[in-house]
Design a protein around this ligand. Structure first.
Ligand SMILES: *Cc1c(COP(=O)(O)O)cnc(C)c1O
Length: 397
């Protein structure tokens, strides 16, 4: 079809991509490429690393590990933090601490990074995928309640999936892109259904849910300090809890289950080598000292995106849920449909803006295709329409 002037009618997907690119080009630096979330090292990272090398304390014991753990616990409003090699390892141990055993099912969102489900699989357990809500991008409590009423029956040790016969042991919600999930409703649901709760707070350091820090909202929580997270230790993570016995057990399991002794090698179970090295913790201390500045910069960038994207038909910036304070780890925009998403991703990459889609739903990945799942209409719609925007802390300072 041609218009009267003889040109093709405008392609709505291309037009939307063009519109968003104009906004992004107006806000972002002209030097390209612009990554999705580049780290910034403008504090005492060099000094602390040098101190590790000068003193020889580089490995899994050292003053920076202790200090990093104390700083994290204080920041997140919990009694204890146990630093680990990465967030996935932290989730693995947290699931074990929550009592997840081989053959159990663990409820996780389909719309999350693959590590959430991998940690479940590392326990010999099975991820059971549930839907999200568009207000938080996280697990939808009402949808989950409806789903459990359909598939779960009470068993001696908690609910049992009547289709698979497996116990449903735990729920692991995620604060997607740093936006706090509806944690009060999920905790209440978990109490009714006798589910353990592990907070996957790997994206949410610095976020607050009704004035309570992310990481303090369930009995167990996990942070990540991967290179693209809000602060980084190169690779790293932490398990957070108020329960000193759980924290001690986490430390024990992550240090090869070695019983304390000045020289003997006594190990009392199959343990893991998951402790964070002092070198990484040194970077973590320097990064954590800068967290407030990073959060301010990121919230400023989020505000600029929201203002520039507002009032445009078929476009919506993702914003923090009511009553919550998000770290805006990743800014995101929702476009009209998958075609518009793909057009925007391609346009971004052509101009050196390394835009990313949401994760492919985990329930569609080959190793998780056969896992149990709830209907996922909201997660599917979000996955089709969401584009993550450059969000590094250096972009708005
Ligand atoms: C980053 C992340 C993890 C895992 O953290 P790593 O440190 O990369 O192992 C787990 N879950 C979610 C949702 C994440 O974004």
């Amino acid at each position: 079809m041609t218009t009267r002037s003889g040109t093709a009618p405008p392609d709505p997907a291309a037009a939307q991509a063009h519109e968003v690119m104009a906004v992004l080009n107006g806000l972002l630096p002209a030097t390209r490429p612009v990554g999705l979330h580049e780290p910034r090292f403008t504090g005492r990272e060099w000094a602390y690393l040098k101190d590790c090398l000068d003193t020889g304390w580089v490995s899994s014991v050292g003053a920076y590990v202790d200090r990093f753990e104390r700083m994290l616990a204080e920041r997140c409003g919990v009694a204890r933090a146990v630093a680990v090699v990465n967030g996935t390892a932290g989730l693995h141990i947290a699931l074990l601490l929550a009592g997840v055993t081989p053959g159990d099912e663990v409820l996780v969102p389909a719309l999350t990074f693959v590590a959430t489900a991998n940690a479940v699989a590392h326990c010999g357990a099975v991820p059971h995928f549930v839907d999200s809500e568009s207000r938080t991008l996280g697990v939808d409590p009402e949808g989950l309640e409806r789903h459990l009423q359909q598939v779960a029956v009470a068993g001696p040790d908690g609910p049992v999936n009547r289709d698979t016969g497996r116990r449903i042991a735990a729920l692991m919600p995620v604060h997607v892109f740093g936006h706090p999930v509806a944690m009060d409703s999920l905790n209440a649901l978990a109490a009714r259904w006798r589910l353990a709760v592990i907070e996957d707070a790997t994206e949410a350091l610095g976020s607050r849910y009704h004035d309570r820090p992310a990481g303090s909202l369930a009995g167990l929580a996990v942070l990540s300090f991967n290179g693209n997270k809000i602060i980084t230790t190169g690779g790293g993570g932490a398990i957070l809890t108020d329960d000193p016995a759980l924290a001690d057990l986490a430390r024990h399991l992550t240090t090869t289950a070695k019983r304390p002794h000045p020289w003997l090698f006594e190990h009392d179970r199959v343990g893991y080598n998951y402790r964070l090295p002092n070198l990484n913790a040194a970077v973590g201390c320097a990064q954590l000292e800068q967290l407030d500045g990073i959060l301010t910069a990121k919230r400023r960038l989020a505000g600029l995106y929201q203002e520039a994207l507002s009032g445009r038909a078929g476009l919506a910036a993702v914003t923090e849920p009511p009553g919550c304070h998000s770290n805006y780890w990743l800014n995101a925009v929702l476009v009209s449909d998958r075609t518009a998403r793909d057009a925007l991703l391609a346009a971004g990459h052509a101009e050196g803006l390394l835009l990313r889609p949401a994760w492919r739903l985990l329930s569609t990945l080959p190793m998780y295709q056969a896992c149990p799942k709830a209907p996922l209409p909201v997660a599917e719609s979000l996955e089709a329409r969401l584009v993550c925007l450059p969000s590094g802390p250096a972009l708005a300072t």
